[in-house]
Design a protein around this ligand. Sequence first.
Ligand SMILES: Cc1cc2nc3c(=O)[nH]c(=O)nc-3n(C[C@H](O)[C@H](O)[C@H](O)COP(=O)(O)OP(=O)(O)OC[C@H]3O[C@@H](n4cnc5c(N)ncnc54)[C@H](O)[C@@H]3O)c2cc1C
Length: 394
Amino acid sequence: MRVVVAGAGIAGLVTAIGLHRAGIEVTVLERAPELAPAGAGISLFGNGLTGLAAVGLADQVRALGGRASPSVRGGLRTPDGRWLTSSTDVTGEVQVVHRADLQRVLLEALPADLVRLGVEVAAVDLSSGGVVVRDADGSAVAEGDLLVGADGTGSAVRSIAFGDPGLRYAGWVAWRGITSGLFGVDAIGETWGRGRLFGITLLGDGRVYWFAGARVPAAGRGVAGDGGAGEPPGTELRRRFGRWHRPIPALIDATDDGALLRHEIRTLARPLGSYVTGRAVLVGDAAHPMTPNLGQGGNQAIEDAVTLARMVARAAGPGGAASPRPDLDRTLSGYDAVRRKRVEPIVRRSALLGRLALASRPAAVRVRNLALRAAPSSSATRVARALQRWQPPP
Ligand SMILES: Cc1cc2nc3c(=O)[nH]c(=O)nc-3n(C[C@H](O)[C@H](O)[C@H](O)COP(=O)(O)OP(=O)(O)OC[C@H]3O[C@@H](n4cnc5c(N)ncnc54)[C@H](O)[C@@H]3O)c2cc1C
């Protein structure tokens, strides 16, 4: 069995690790000419860590992170710093790691020649019952029995081989940053205002990974002073969050402007009817881009990758060397059923949470805050823990 993976993000690399460890021949095609250590932080929850454990990497990833000291308070605040909910442990297990460190651990788990950089998947031919992948010049760059589209939100595999519903702007922009040095905070969690949010987490090395979100008109319809007129991100953030409670303005000041990431949040206009077509299958953001409010995009990408690798390995038989059995098609429909059932409710819940967190009408904000103050913190704990209870297929 030969598998071609498009994209060397979290989904693609974890899929490749799972398949390679099962003895299956795998090639990863990545359009970027190099995998530069970039990005901000990422929260890995119990379910993502269970997935990483299934490919033998959880301990290495745990060693990258640090758990916030139990004395650090966590919860939700209003922009003036008043607590809406607060607890020392609402999320279950969470490791906040630098994406560049996670990428390094994943890359080191694979032979160097397995990831081919600077190769963009531009065309896919599934007519032979297998897969031929071509670049923009039309040259065949890889062939295999199965193509895994792990090429992110703007997936080429999805748009070429699937009935792609296209992307829809969720109505808000997210920023991410890591303080350039150590930064002491006495509380973590999120602050929700009117149409804006700010989140504070701690990396294991004592730097702060923070994120922010704000409702902004879609690009092109942006108005001057509303992020659409080329304002530097640091200036834009200070304008939006400069009067929020401590240490938010200081965190923005402690982060190099050049290291700030700004992304418009996009999801699919409609969920896909299937993550599988012929011998092509989607994993991660290519299958189900979601708003980041539950911090589950990467965790679900890991779950997809581990599930697919295990199911395909089982279909390939011992050593993975056998030619694909007829039951590969059944395996792929099994993957599709189990993953869509798990992920689609998470996509919806994350979008709902985003609408709540970024509510902008004053009356809606008042009702939201009253409801949050009244809700027992144990209900948030229960929801978070239920989401993280996940086991890969045997
Ligand atoms: C503000 C923000 C905060 C977030 N926080 C969290 C969090 O705390 N926890 C969490 O779990 N998730 C979080 N996420 C979501 C998470 O980042 C994504 O879900 C995750 O990175 C998806 O990984 P992926 O491998 O599917 O896609 P990507 O990381 O997008 O990787 C896709 C790869 O494919 C390559 N590629 C693209 N097109 C082609 C092509 N045609 N040919 C070859 N290669 C191609 C790209 O270069 C890239 O390397 C957050 C997202 C945002 C925006």
